[in-house]
Design a protein around this ligand. Structure first.
Ligand code: ADP
Length: 468
């Protein structure tokens, strides 16, 4: 009795975990978009969850995401008259991934992404505008009305939902090991805290949502030696821990060599979102010349950029483009842009030949007016880029997304080498492989984490019903 009262008092002070002792129904590892989605889903199904996050901050790479969340056949698209279909979304994702994606996972992603968008909206997200990302036949990247970045919006609503539900989120708490029982089923997680303490959480279900390994040079180079010395757009916690933990527990890994470089990272690693090109910007090289259709997939644009003198490019836009989205405005505020009141002035600030850049811009404006990019066949030219002032940011490819990871099925169950589910182990988001194949399309990471985060939560709940 006394014990219960003390526990109740502690629960009021410290949250529910204390009251429930050291054995939550499920442990979610990683507090990015996939992990928080799984945690909210499990909690809404009546499960007691502990979320472990090794960094001091929540949000992982998710909070850095800029573009949008892809979904087809949404009310937003219908309202805007966009004739997109789930089938076309499927085809674009497979083609963008070089057709090595797991077709079953892509069917699940593309069929349920619209439910993921609706679910985020039910939590209070503003996803009212739809933009176009590279490799997409139609505009399907949903984002906030003012064109601001998607990641902070997703994390904002997930964090609020987490707090509203009083979910036990432990920052600076790293999962070091998965404990399995004699049958190979999940039995617990070993945790270490920043001050060096270690403890074990007993649990029958674990959702791995630890993200990718884009900030782990050793692992990147192990799988892709040519990436030695590459910059990264990833947060420092993206070190692939979950992949290593799962591998030790018997999980199969897929597509580990498939690592995406994003073509437009500023020298300090800040990503200039693909949506900036989608909204109108072009790429020019050190000679002031365009060299690619800017809306091709990230792998192709990166490869084209690396063929240019100095292996870099400038992304260029004008005042009219700046005004279309808060996100674009933010690069100026961050001090990343060089500027000019005329194209020649901009050229001087970029240190490229003024006459060449003037010719490039004039040709682009004429093509835009005629509705046909005669130079590179860019399918969509929203802006003529003729309104002063003009802006540019020097960009280079940087490691952005690791497509490979833990092998899962459509229920987000982690599979072993013989294709059998490891009992009690689920995974969602960048820690998994197979959804994006050889190359991830812009806007598909957010679709992936919310769609499969929800599925992982639902599957973990269903599994817990079978192991009472
Ligand atoms: P996703 O987009 O798949 O949700 P994110 O990168 O947004 O992935 O989030 C993954 C989160 O997992 C990050 O916040 C990262 O710091 C965290 N993380 C990675 N490894 C561990 C670990 N061993 N223990 C706890 N948290 C981890």
């Amino acid at each position: 009795m006394k014990h219960t009262l003390v526990a109740a008092a502690l629960a009021t002070l410290f949250g529910t975990a204390f009251a429930a002792g050291n054995a939550p129904d499920a442990v979610v590892i990683g507090a990015g978009g996939a992990g928080l989605t799984a945690a909210v889903t499990l909690t809404d199904l009546g499960r007691h969850v502990v979320v472990l996050e090794k960094m001091p901050m929540l949000g992982g790479n998710t909070v850095r995401a800029e573009g949008g969340i892809n979904a087809a056949e949404t009310p937003q698209q219908k309202k805007a008259g966009i004739p997109d279909t789930i089938e076309q979304f499927y085809k674009d994702t497979m083609k963008g991934g070089h057709n090595i994606n797991d077709p079953a996972l892509v069917h699940t992603l593309t069929a349920h992404a619209k439910d993921a968008v609706a679910w985020l909206e039910s939590l209070g997200a503003d996803l009212q505008t739809v933009g176009r990302a590279g490799g997409a036949t139609y505009a399907r990247a949903h984002r906030p009305t003012d064109g601001s970045a998607i990641g902070p919006e997703v994390i904002r609503v997930l964090w609020k939902a987490t707090k509203d539900r009083n979910i036990d989120v432990r920052t600076q708490s790293r999962a070091d090991e998965l404990i399995t029982d004699k049958s190979g089923a999940v039995a617990g997680v070993k945790v270490s805290t920043k001050d060096g303490k270690t403890y074990t959480l007993d649990t029958k279900a674990v959702v791995l949502a630890t993200g990718g390994f884009g900030a782990n040079q050793d692992l990147l180079v192990k799988y892709q030696p040519k990436l030695k010395g590459y910059a990264t757009t990833n947060q420092p916690g993206a070190t692939g821990d979950g992949i290593l933990l799962a591998e030790k527990a018997g999980a199969a890994l897929v597509d580990m060599t498939k690592i995406q470089a994003h073509p437009t990272a500023a020298p300090n690693g800040t990503l200039i979102s693909e949506s900036v090109r989608g909204d109108g910007a072009i790429l020019v090289n050190a000679e002031g010349k365009r060299f690619t259709n800017e809306l091709l997939t990230r792998d192709v644009v990166s490869a084209n950029e690396l063929k240019q003198p100095g292996k870099f490019a400038w992304i260029v836009w004008d005042e009219a483009t700046r005004k279309t989205a808060k996100l674009i405005d933010s690069y100026k505020k961050l001090g990343l842009t060089v500027e000019g009141n005329t194209v020649a002035e901009l050229a001087r600030a970029m240190n490229v030949p003024a006459d060449a850049l003037e010719a490039t811009m004039a040709k682009y404006a004429a093509d835009q007016k005629a509705g046909k990019d005669t130079a590179f066949g860019r399918p969509d030219m929203p802006q003529p880029l003729t309104t002063a002032p003009f802006y540019a940011v020097k960009v280079q490819p940087a490691v952005h997304h690791t497509m490979g990871g833990v092998k899962i099925d459509t229920k987000a169950e982690v599979l072993n080498a013989s294709g059998k589910a490891i009992p009690g182990l689920f995974a969602a988001g960048e820690v998994t492989g197979g959804v994006h194949g050889g190359n991830r399309l812009g806007g598909n990471a957010q679709a992936d984490i919310v769609t499969f985060g929800r599925i992982a939560g639902q599957s973990a709940d269903a599994y817990l019903n079978t192991v009472k």
